[in-house]
Design a protein around this ligand. Sequence first.
Ligand SMILES: O=c1ccn([C@H]2C[C@H](O)[C@@H](CO)O2)c(=O)[nH]1
Ligand SMILES: [Zn+2]
Length: 152
Amino acid sequence: MPLELKVPVHTDHNELSESSFDALKQQSLDARNLSYSPYSNFRVGACLLTESGQYIQGANVENASYGATICAERSAITRAIMMGHRKFKALAISTDLTTVASPCGICRQFIREFGPELPIYMVTDGGEWVKMYLNELLPLSFGPEDLGKHTG
Ligand SMILES: O=c1ccn([C@H]2C[C@H](O)[C@@H](CO)O2)c(=O)[nH]1
Ligand SMILES: [Zn+2]
């Protein structure tokens, strides 16, 4: 079910078919099981759907030197890049909370590189979700085009 928030959010998911949306959501929830988060005990799972239709999971990986931690979103994207994917249809992230968590600032910038308009589904433990586009979470963003570069 779409979850009501006090900020404008999209309650449709028309980029995706019902079945790919369900798979994306479920795989992001499942990815929490691979989270290495002994310090915060805050498990985060992510799943990217590539343009070619593959699902690529990620989870947060913490470190005894806390700042070396990588979030679930960046772990999924890094993995996808190393599997040869650079174009994405959607990203889902899940936590154990009953409210949604949104990507941190570092992740927003990291996602922006490959998905300036990517739909991001933030999913609760119970499967409720909120969709926002990256450019809503990170308006007036800085990207490759500003350096005269074009990704592909
Ligand atoms: O969107 C988020 C927010 C936080 N975390 C991780 C980082 C850290 O391991 C833990 C607590 O901040 O959650 C993510 O992976 N994604
Ligand atoms: Zn992050």
